[in-house]
Design a protein around this ligand. Structure first.
Ligand code: NAD
Ligand code: TDX
Length: 350
């Protein structure tokens, strides 16, 4: 396999994956295909844009005819599909665009791959990147999500991702398309759009703005450093079994409020403020509708079959992450200008 199409490569996780693949596999041609929505940003890939094995194509995965042309022009033989609408709060306000991109876009891409490969599936692969949110919500003592856990999505975002996962499996079972799926827990790290909890709160602490904690702050998420997710995708893409699903997570659960206090501690220290100075910014606000209580991934299969494990302890990862956002205020200012400010004002009533 030589010509690898990565969809959504200008987004948060996609840009880390593109960087890893371009640097690690000089013999591959990595084609980053992205529509450049508000979440897509080519500034995330400045360091690889001139590499000889990297190309960027601006396109919409929902544009069936254009995608057919791209498959034929680039002789695509592997797909790693990350393009999606990814923010739960936006899905509550505008579910249709989530069905359009995440469901119809994925279905369209599957059909394009099926037609382009025309039954000749040797050395071909469609790898779909998904989320642990498809499994629903766990009680505090409710164990972990396994690859066999029944799907039970609650938000329009997770419903759209669950639907796309089902279509990917349907194309495998019905047409024999060689597919793989992974479901990962919450990612954090550099280049994450600051609508998501960690970069939003680091930016707000810096600017002494309120930190809007949904509900009681007792909800639990399982956090993984984004570069470890990218390493897992690389491993599964090359060594995972066709037709299989792999859960990815770091056994790293945090109650939101505890995580927020860690962020405050690290950010205050790096800004030279007295310890805990920014705790006064914590503001409890109306809960997210349908807010899942707890996510926790069991990634034993990935560890036992492919030997993957996270490379970073959370303390080290969060330190690196806070530092990066504080040192890259220009990146934050760029992505938070314009349309994002309207979203922010409407979302947080400021
Ligand atoms: P992101 O929102 O940062 O990036 C999404 C990218 O997709 C953007 O570059 C955007 O421009 C592009 N895109 C959107 N619609 C498109 C379309 N119609 N055609 C082409 N490109 C389009 O998202 P992310 O956080 O990097 O997530 C990437 C993938 O990983 C998603 O599929 C998401 O469901 C999944 N995932 C994310 C997390 C997480 O914690 N962020 C965890 C598990 C799985
Ligand atoms: O302002 C906020 N206040 C708050 O309390 C925001 C933005 C979030 N939260 C809470 C909601 C969640 O319990 O923090 C937690 C994390 O929220 P997000 O960063 O929005 O992530 P989440 O909803 O858990 O979904 C993320 O992980 C799974 C990604 O956005 C998804 O794309 C991924 O599939």
């Amino acid at each position: 396999m030589k010509n690898i199409l990565i969809t959504g490569g200008a987004g948060f996780i996609g840009s880390h994956l593109v960087r890893l693949m371009v640097n690690k596999y000089p013999d591959y041609r990595i084609i980053n295909l992205d529509k450049l929505t508000y979440a897509g940003n080519l500034a995330n890939l400045k360091d690889v844009e001139n590499m000889p094995n990297y190309e960027f194509v601006k396109a919409d995965i929902c544009d069936f005819e254009r995608m057919r042309e791209i498959f034929s022009e680039y002789h695509i033989d592997g797909v790693i599909h990350l393009a999606a609408e990814s923010h739960v709060d936006r899905s509550i306000r505008d579910p249709f665009s989530f069905a359009q991109t995440n469901v119809m876009g994925t279905l369209s891409l599957l059909q394009v791959a099926k037609l382009a490969w025309d039954g000749n599936f040797d050395d071909k692969l469609f790898y779909h990147v998904s989320t642990d949110e498809v499994y629903g919500s766990l009680q505090p003592d409710g164990g972990f999500f396994l690859e066999t856990t029944k799907y039970d999505p609650h938000s329009p975002y997770s419903a759209s991702k669950a639907s796309s996962d089902h279509f990917v499996r349907a194309y495998h079972d019905t047409y024999g398309l060689p597919v793989k799926i992974s479901n990962c827990s919450n990612n954090y790290g550099t280049y994450q759009f600051p609508e998501k909890l960690i970069p939003l709160f680091i930016n707000n602490i810096r600017h002494n703005k309120p930190l809007p904690v949904y509900g009681t702050g007792e909800n639990v998420r399982d956090w993984l450093f984004v570069e470890d997710h990218a390493r897992a995708i690389d491993l599964i893409f090359h060594q995972g079994k066709i037709g299989d699903t792999y859960n990815i997570g770091g056994f790293n659960e945090w109650k939101n409020i505890d995580l927020i206090k860690v962020m405050i501690k690290v950010t205050d220290r790096l800004l030279g403020r007295p310890e805990g100075a920014s705790e006064k910014l914590i503001t409890y606000v109306t809960d997210r509708a349908g807010h899942d209580l707890r996510y926790a991934i069991d990634s034993t299969k990935l560890h036992e079959e492919l030997g993957w494990e996270p490379s970073l302890q959370f303390e080290e990862g969060i330190e690196k992450t806070v530092k990066w956002y504080l040192e890259n205020q220009d990146w934050l200012d760029n992505v938070t200008s314009g349309e994002y400010m309207n979203y922010y004002k409407e979302m947080y009533h400021v």
